[in-house]
Design a protein around this ligand. Structure first.
Ligand SMILES: [Zn+2]
Length: 382
């Protein structure tokens, strides 16, 4: 018996069937809410599942105690009208922010204009930090001149010094040599800050995964996809840059340093703790890194309890609703709730339920101790 040989060309009947099937699937695509084909092709970046977890939720839109935001940027505050500043103060009042630290004060006349604007429209509610201009770095007495300018800026009302991450990464001598964070040429600046009794908030480097291959194992892959310019060359390495930062703090024990953004060690609080143990003049703050604490509530609560005198509240970008996530992580025991920026934390948050005495220190008591000139009347029991 012989079987019929199958034809390679589909019969007319099969062609009509395939056409009808394709048409039916297009019709389905128009009517179904999530077409199966599209669901299969969805990119990871679009995946935003709604949690089905049913647990108690406690939104916190106002901090339990008045707080100081030790890490904020208001570059254009001198150009804001009285009404615009009043609107910002109303937002601060609503969330119980007593004082905002504007790290972007600049220097000289620019700084004075910012101080004058907030003194006029919201006295006591803002403090401004000075910044260093590295333009004349090659001058032999650059360090002394910068220290003298800092002294003048503090005389004019600056309450601290902020150093941007350009130091260490993007500032070079004329011959092309990279200016290291712990270059002795800058020593007069740090000594002067110590003499003046002002803190130095210093941001060095960036999250360590920016130095690692941008592959499927990199925890910041999505951030590097959204912000490709954040990818860093392997040299100088993250360890090199941060070692310069730690050496600087260790060498100037009479100056208080705030290592910004948990010193990029929010993912390794044990290592951050040993640095704080080694350097009593080192402090830190939480700007843009609360997502690290929110994924390890037990370890983070133990860390903040042990180092309750060394950590300050800070946020970095000004978006009132985002502060609520900070408050919820600090003040509640809520579980598995969303963070606000997927590129920082695609994972969910958990509350630490911090005790009041720790909360008070992080919210304002540590700031009152290390930032000069804050008005104690804005805070309870101080
Ligand atoms: Zn910042």
């Amino acid at each position: 018996m012989t079987l019929p040989t199958p034809s390679l060309r589909p019969s007319r009947k099969i062609s009509v069937f395939l056409f009808a099937a394709a048409f039916a699937s297009i019709a389905l695509a128009v009517t179904a809410p999530v077409p199966p084909a599209q669901a299969q092709e969805m990119q990871w970046e679009d995946y935003a599942p709604r949690s089905t977890l049913v647990v108690e939720e406690h939104e916190v839109t106002r901090a339990k105690f008045p707080f100081v935001d030790a890490h904020a940027h208001q570059w254009g505050i001198a150009e804001m009208s009285g009404e615009e500043i009043a609107a910002m103060v109303a937002d601060m009042d609503a969330m119980n922010m007593a004082v905002m630290v504007n790290l972007s004060g600049g220097s000289g006349e620019e700084l004075q204009a910012k101080i004058a604007a907030t003194d006029m429209h919201a006295p006591g509610r803002f403090v401004h930090y000075a910044n260093i201009d590295f333009e004349t770095l090659d001058d032999p007495d650059f360090g002394e001149k910068a220290a003298a300018q800092l002294e003048e800026d503090v005389r004019q009302g600056a309450k601290g010094l902020k150093i941007y991450k350009s130091l260490g990464m993007y500032i070079f001598y004329e011959d092309g040599t990279r200016l290291k964070t712990d270059d002795p040429k800058l020593d007069p600046i740090w000594q002067k800050a110590g003499e003046l009794g002002i803190p130095v908030l210093i941001h060095t480097a960036d999250p360590a995964p920016f130095w690692e291959p941008q592959d499927r194992f990199n925890e910041r892959w999505f951030e590097l996809k959204e912000r490709p310019r954040r990818k860093r060359d392997p040299v100088p390495s993250w360890e090199t840059l941060m070692t310069e930062h730690w050496d600087l703090i260790a060498r100037h024990s009479n100056t208080i340093f705030l290592s910004a953004h948990l010193g990029w060690l929010g993912n390794d609080l044990g290592r951050l703790g040993s640095l704080l143990d080694k350097m009593p003049n080192m402090y830190t703050e939480l700007g843009a890194v609360i997502g690290e604490l929110g994924r390890q509530p037990h370890t983070a609560k133990a860390f903040l309890t042990k180092y309750q005198d060394r950590v300050l509240m800070g946020k970095d970008s000004w978006e009132p609703s985002e502060y609520y996530v900070y408050f919820r992580i600090f003040e509640t025991a809520d579980e598995y709730f969303p963070y606000y920026r997927k590129r920082h934390a695609f994972w969910s948050m958990y509350g630490m339920d911090l005790p009041d005495d720790v909360l008070r220190k992080i919210y304002y008591e540590n700031a009152l101790r290390i930032i000069p000139g804050l008005d104690p009347a804005l805070f309870p029991d101080s």
